[in-house]
Design a protein. Structure first.
Length: 203
């Protein structure tokens, strides 16, 4: 039986003895761990301040006309896809509602230059809801017009609708619980995508 002792583990000095930024030797009272790296307190405060500035800048100087354009383009694309899909398949496919919220939210954030803010969230939700309602109108319009044509009835449901009342009447024809669920998904997506980042750093 050998009693050879295994080699002692190297008495490696932990990599955390020097600040990852200024390389200062760290003491117990002057070290902060962040993202698997250690910093001296003053470097950590500097980095934290820079990060806060960067996050705050994401919500400043937002070009709202461009954001609105991006949101409307996204909403239009999403509404057209949903309309086309639903008319072709006769199925109101809920996942495509996610598409409307997704495209509106990303359209607003991207066209604003990758910004995020409460204002962009409100804009996205408004455009998302409108896009969804227009898409639902287009779907109903198509099906109602098919029925009218089959009956040989004169007149068609037009787009755009001639009045808000017409818009409402066409929508309410079949506005059930599933539509509400889809609408909730649109609102959620449009709200969550341009949401301002929350900075959670240990102090
Ligand atoms: Zn340092």
């Amino acid at each position: 039986m050998s009693d050879a002792t295994p080699p002692a583990p190297p008495t490696d000095t932990p990599s955390g003895t020097h600040c990852a930024r200024c390389e200062k030797r760290l003491t117990e009272g002057d070290r902060v761990t962040a993202n698997d790296r250690v910093f001296c307190r003053s470097c950590y405060e500097t980095l934290r301040f820079e990060l806060q500035r960067a996050v705050a800048a994401m919500s400043e100087n937002i070009n709202y006309p461009m954001a609105a354009l991006g949101a409307v383009l996204g909403g239009t694309a999403g509404a057209l896809v949903w309309w086309g899909f639903t008319v072709l398949t006769k199925i109101g496919f809920g996942l495509l509602a996610v598409g409307i919220g997704f495209l509106v939210g990303h359209g607003a954030a991207r066209f604003a230059g990758g910004k995020r803010s409460r204002g962009l969230q409100a804009l996205s939700v408004a455009v998302g809801v409108l896009s969804f309602l227009v898409a639902a109108y287009l779907v109903n319009m198509t099906f109602i017009n098919e029925i009218l044509a089959a009956r040989g009835a004169p007149g068609r449901v037009p787009f755009p609708p001639r009045s808000l009342i017409m818009f409402y009447r066409v929508l309410e024809a079949n506005f059930g619980i599933m539509k509400l669920v889809f609408l909730a998904i649109v609102i959620y997506e449009a709200w969550i995508i341009p949401r301002p980042l929350k900075l959670t750093v240990p102090s």
